[in-house]
Design a protein. Structure first.
Length: 433
């Protein structure tokens, strides 16, 4: 600990730092000699000290070793035969000593205060296992931060983080996240065969171990560029990554949907007792909401048989009790997959099955109206982009999904929302006078 040699007094800043959890960095890299220098400089420019920085070179042949060597003993460099990012992270875990782990990407740039901001929740809450912040994107060759495009996160809502991350990996920059080392190591041995969506795989595992905290500040600038991604044996072009991610997501989520207790969809991990079952009559409302959430997650991951089973189970619970606003919000997300819903447009059985399940309930029109809401949004976007084929797809699916009564309810809700927005705008303008 640093002290004043003349007075013997302890430096307050050093004393405070000594009480903070230490942070180690693992930087997996493969074939990014032209980018890794900028990434390392942003790591070494952090406003708080780092316990260690380990670069794991996953078989590069492009001069990566020489690029890292320029940083001397400030960085530990290790080389391994090409085996993929998850293998490189595993190797790095054997070498670091910090309490917290920051996994940095080899082509991105971290903000100087990233670690300080992301570390704060861990110092304040011993149950925190994951923190995450915001990021921007920039095109390769346009490093001037003034051109960055902010990446929005979903509108905040009261659902637990784990349910939201199951629904969608909305944190798309791995260095936006800081994790507790013990929670990361508890996932070992890592599952074999994870090629794409490595960050998602880790988030899903770590988030089940404790509390996840959002830090509302920018921590990362993510570089956008083309080229080949993934381990050499499983490399894929940038244009193919959505298909890869979608397939990997299905493979990871399907077994979780089979194994998770219903409570995992409605409660934070630390609030789940015993086996997490929701069976008591007093918990009927939560059970239905959990099943709707499970169904929506399965639908967004294109696991339609699992989605239909969960929808049916939810629809059979208390049919006399109308769906509430929380359930309606969940249901509006079912047809909002980030990878698109081409399979819904192409297979008439999907909307027809959803329609049959919903119309078994007295409030079936309200349920279908919630499910159909993303279709109206899709039509709006398609018209703005002058894409008539996309409009036709959305409207065809609408007709398959929505009986006349449900369409009337849906358009009535559209008019109600529009009127509310207009009133709000008029009131705001009048107050500004």
């Amino acid at each position: 600990m640093k002290s004043d040699t003349n007075s013997g007094r302890v430096d307050p800043a050093a004393e405070k730092e000594a009480t903070q959890p230490s942070v180690s960095v693992i930087l997996p890299t493969y074939g990014r000699a032209g980018y890794i220098g900028a990434a390392i400089r942003s790591i070494l420019a952090q406003s708080v000290p780092l316990r260690d920085v380990v670069v794991v070179d996953d078989g590069s042949t492009d001069g990566t070793a020489e690029a890292v060597a320029r940083f001397g003993d400030r960085v530990t460099y290790v080389y391994q035969e090409n085996a993929g990012k998850l293998s490189a992270i595993d190797r790095g875990l054997n070498l670091i000593r910090g309490d917290l782990v920051w996994i940095m990407d080899d082509d991105d740039i971290a903000e100087p205060g990233a670690v300080a901001a992301l570390r704060r929740p861990f110092a304040e809450d011993p149950d925190c296992v994951l923190s995450y912040g915001r990021m921007t994107r920039f095109q390769d060759g346009q490093e001037d931060a003034g051109r960055d495009v902010p990446v929005p996160y979903p509108v905040d809502d009261p659902r637990p983080f784990f349910a939201k991350i199951l629904e969608d990996c909305f944190i798309t920059g791995h260095p936006c996240v800081l994790v507790r080392r013990s929670a990361l190591e508890a996932l070992r041995p890592f599952q074999q065969g994870i090629i794409a969506s490595v960050d998602y795989y880790l988030y899903l595992g770590i988030a089940q171990a404790g509390r996840s905290v959002f830090v509302d500040r920018q921590v990362l600038r993510q570089r956008q560029h083309g080229g080949v991604r993934g381990a050499a044996a499983h490399s894929y072009a940038e244009s193919d990554r959505n298909a890869r991610w979608a397939a990997q997501d299905r493979a990871m989520i399907a077994p979780l949907l089979d194994d998770l207790p219903l409570a995992a969809y409605t409660r934070a991990p630390l609030d789940i007792d015993g086996d997490g079952a929701l069976s008591a009559p007093s918990q009927m409302a939560e059970r239905r909401r959990a099943l709707f959430q499970k169904a929506v997650i399965a639908a967004r991951k294109k696991l339609w048989p699992q989605a239909f089973d969960a929808f049916r189970a939810a629809a059979d619970i208390a049919p006399e009790r109308p769906i509430d606003p929380a359930e309606r919000f969940i249901l509006t997300r079912a047809l909002g997959c980030r990878y698109g819903i081409a399979e819904v447009h192409g297979d008439p059985e999907i909307p027809a099955t959803l329609r049959d399940i919903a119309t078994r309930r007295p409030d079936g029109s309200a349920l279908l109206s919630a499910l159909a809401r993303p279709l109206l949004h899709e039509v709006k976007i398609a018209r703005r982009e002058r894409d008539p084929a996309r409009v036709r797809d959305a409207m065809r699916t609408w007709r398959r999904l929505m009986p006349t009564g449900a369409s009337a309810v849906a358009f009535g809700e559209v008019l109600t929302r529009a009127a509310a927005k207009l009133r709000s705008r008029v009131i705001g303008q009048s107050r500004g006078l």
